[in-house]
Design a binder for this molecule. Sequence first.
Ligand SMILES: Cc1cc2nc3c(=O)[nH]c(=O)nc-3n(C[C@H](O)[C@H](O)[C@H](O)COP(=O)(O)O)c2cc1C
Length: 364
Amino acid sequence: MTLGLVTAGESHGPALVALLTGLPAGLRLDREAIDANLGRRQQGYGRSPRQQLETDRVEVLAGLRHGLTLGTPLALVVRNLDHKNWQWGMSPWPPEGEPEGKGTKPVTLPRPGHADLAGVLKYGHEDVRNALERASARHTAVHVAAGAVAKALLAELGVVVAGRAIEIGGATGDEGMRKATDAARADRDTLGGIVEVVATGVPPGLGSYAEKADRLDARLAAALMGIQAVKAVELGDGLALARDRGSQAHDEIDPGLARRSNRAGGLEAGVTNGEPVVARAAMKPLPTLMRPLDSVDLATGDPAQALVERSDVQAVEALAIVAEAAVAWELARAAREKFGGDALVDLLAAHRSYLARIGDTWRR
Ligand SMILES: Cc1cc2nc3c(=O)[nH]c(=O)nc-3n(C[C@H](O)[C@H](O)[C@H](O)COP(=O)(O)O)c2cc1C
């Protein structure tokens, strides 16, 4: 048994939904903890006013009773409060009455770097909105909610996952990152950056080298690359390792199985080795520019400026929370595969017996 996650929802539609399968029964969830993660995703220095419009809160429709999972599919909903301004434009059914509010006019000006052109070509849409609404990163909200559930499961195993922004627009340090954001905002431009996620307390033996699809390094890379605007993923010292000699690159093993370094980022052969799991994701600058790039009007074929829509200057701090959720989900999924258990007590018993077999020396 493994964990499954399916999501649905458009950026300005009524709601975002997630269906989580494979959770063991008896896991205690805390609504405030899930909402706190949703709140963290909405914060960050370079976010647009949209974030003040939305105060994300999780609703649970199924799979939970009195705060405990039932071992059945868990259905989560996060409403889009902004939908009230898009009721005609984003109505699931043919709208009635005169067009009013936002989203009433078709978008025909694709933004370079966004889903707009590829999306309309692939699906045969005439209105770019039909592509951008789902491609938008708004639905990362339910991925963060799912990540919060995964973190609750990992906490039972003593695993803690934390993400943070380490670079924005090439600048480091809180002050440098703020200055870079202010400068880009003044120029009506956008920035990207780098986030780092570290998971501690991860037992050795999650993931497998048996097949490439089982490798946890591959699964983490796919999970992080699957987030909007992420263009590179690094595990441990990743890129730098390619430039080092083997004598410097690898983490020597001391008696008691302690490592002298963690350049591998906690993964060898796609399997956790007991060291902290360290993953970084690089985000490109956001593609919606207040000073739009050259594009083409798809209605006429004439040169035109790309769509301008309310947008963030940078969303690197938000990405850190989304990336943390993605790593937590993959680690929880690998833990569920390794320790099994329809009931949490069975999963925890399997975890305890495994640690007793390998010895507890790895937990430093
Ligand atoms: C948390 C987060 C917030 C984002 N906010 C915006 C935004 O406000 N404006 C924008 O143009 N792109 C934003 N993006 C990036 C786009 O969603 C992304 O570039 C687009 O979907 C195209 O996908 P790709 O960049 O992976 O090719 C955001 C991404 C993330 C992860």
